[in-house]
Design a protein around this ligand. Sequence first.
Ligand SMILES: [Fe+2]
Length: 224
Amino acid sequence: MIVKDKERFKPVSSLFGIFIRPAQAQCDLPKAQFEGKRSIQRCINDLLAKLEETDKYTVNHSKEVAEISELFARKLNLPEDKVEKVKQAALLHDVGKIDIPEKILNKPKSLCPEELTVIQEHSQLGAEKISTKYPELKELIPAIMAHHEHWNGAGYPAKLSKTQIPIESRIISIADTYHAMRGRCYRKSASVHESCKTLLEGAGSQWDPILTDKFVKLVLTNQI
Ligand SMILES: [Fe+2]
């Protein structure tokens, strides 16, 4: 099969627009529900602004991971509220990096084991920050906490496996890796074919095998 190489992901021009529905649609929402959505949007914007102060790359990466995750969730025919949750959790999946020292976060050389351990704390740090300061986002905590868990139980922080890992996290994990390979700015990007090959090699160990298979099929048919 000839795989047509895609353009690298373009920056999301107006991320926050994705939460803003046409005025008429918003008017149709009950007032409490509309206020709730606005409040969630404000919290997400606030957290991303804080993350951007130290780690602009991660913010841009997270926006694009959110775009891929949302599209994938839609292709999986998940209900709309679940799709929304996938998108919001993807936007904030690395928000715990706010509390990682900048000298480790932006270290140009490879990290020593101790530094790697510190970096790996970001899943829990993100969950803790939301739990203590952004209760409006508490529904996103399990998905954020588990975005580095592996299907075979070898991930972190809780060593969850298979369907113990929330589906939102399993989707984000695939989109996160795919975008990191395709859109990385610090070294040469992998081709679509190379990226899909890597995902398939890790299907059943790192990633949910059924979701990975679906994702790769969607990518290779230009639906993602
Ligand atoms: Fe992460």
